[in-house]
Design a protein around this ligand. Structure first.
Ligand SMILES: [Mg+2]
Length: 310
């Protein structure tokens, strides 16, 4: 087997596990190329020869990995997501076993699933149109403000950095959002307007129910709330009702579609899979790239092919 490992050395806590994984992945007759990303290196460059390998292991935080997956969209490449970041939410959503030996076995077994990817475009501070891939949740408003506040603490505090950011910055900007979903228009008042490819958060809490990586749809999520007290309600509901099917998600409005356009009355911060983008934006367009990526899955994943034998 020929494998390519692309590793972001600046990812969070687990950043040495990839070397242990490499030892488990290779055996007699195998070849493995390990590439460490430079901080300014575009994913397209690092993955230019990805077709030459049987599997490409993408190791980094959710933002880095989503960028690499975007570069692999609709290419003849099998990708394996490796959890080296702070939260590793994409890895949790794919649902493979959280153990390097099991993941190495899954790479050798070669069972894969075709998953969707999100693509988000916006206009930056200089009027330049930007586009990036995302695999979890992106959008504008309060949560992006939190991501930005959490950055300095992410390395030291891990996931607790996000909660610390909530406590440090309880003020949210209220805006009016014009949302167009596959041609249909809606208006909301709220503090956040997000779009999700999949929406399971830390601790297996589903922000919205039945959100999947293979349904060919994105979920538009508006947080219609004005205060931190209101915001606590959906998250508390999340703790007591992880799937969202009994209590629902008060203050969250959700709709599904394949193209979602958002215009905000106020300039707001933007985040893409947990990475804060520089400057403020007045909206974005998100579209789904259906079945765009081929990803290694093991038998514990809900995306493991049903007709496969473990
Ligand atoms: Mg989906």
């Amino acid at each position: 087997m020929r494998s390519l490992i692309i590793h972001n050395p600046n990812s969070g806590f687990g950043s040495d596990a990839i070397f242990e994984f490499e030892r488990m992945l290779i055996g007699p007759g195998d070849e493995c190329c390990m590439r460490l990303l430079r901080s300014d290196e575009p994913a397209d460059e690092a993955l230019a020869d990805a077709e030459d390998f049987d599997v490409c292991v993408l190791s980094g935080g959710d933002g880095t990995v989503s960028g690499m997956l975007h570069s692999l969209a609709y290419r003849d490449v099998t990708a394996c997501v490796f959890p080296s970041g702070t939260a590793n939410l994409l890895y949790s959503n794919i649902g493979n076993a959280f153990e390097p030996a099991a993941l190495a076995r899954a790479c050798k077994a070669g069972k894969t699933a075709l998953l969707d990817l999100g693509e988000i475009s916006w206009c930056d501070d200089h009027g330049v149109e930007r586009t990036r891939g995302f695999s979890l949740i992106s959008g504008i408003g309060y949560d992006a403000q939190l991501m930005r506040a959490a950055i300095p603490n992410k390395k030291a505090m891990g996931q607790a950095a996000y909660f610390a950011a909530v406590l440090a910055d309880p003020n949210a900007t209220l805006a009016t959002f014009e949302i167009t979903i596959d041609g249909e228009r809606f208006t909301y008042e709220g503090i956040s307007c997000l779009v999700a490819d999949t929406a399971m958060l830390q601790g297996d809490i589903e922000l919205i129910p039945d959100c999947r990586l293979d349904d060919g749809l994105l979920d538009s999520i508006a947080l219609e709330t004005k205060s931190l007290g209101d915001l606590a309600r959906p998250f508390l509901a999340g703790l007591f009702d992880r799937t969202g099917k009994t209590l629902g998600r008060p203050t969250i409005t959700q709709r599904r579609g394949s193209e979602i356009k958002v215009v905000s009355s106020e300039p707001l911060p933007l985040e893409i899979d947990g990475d804060a983008v520089d400057g403020l934006v007045s909206g974005y367009t998100a579209r789904v790239l259906k079945s765009a990526i081929r990803v290694v899955v093991d038998p514990t994943s809900p995306y493991y092919p049903k007709d496969a034998t473990a």
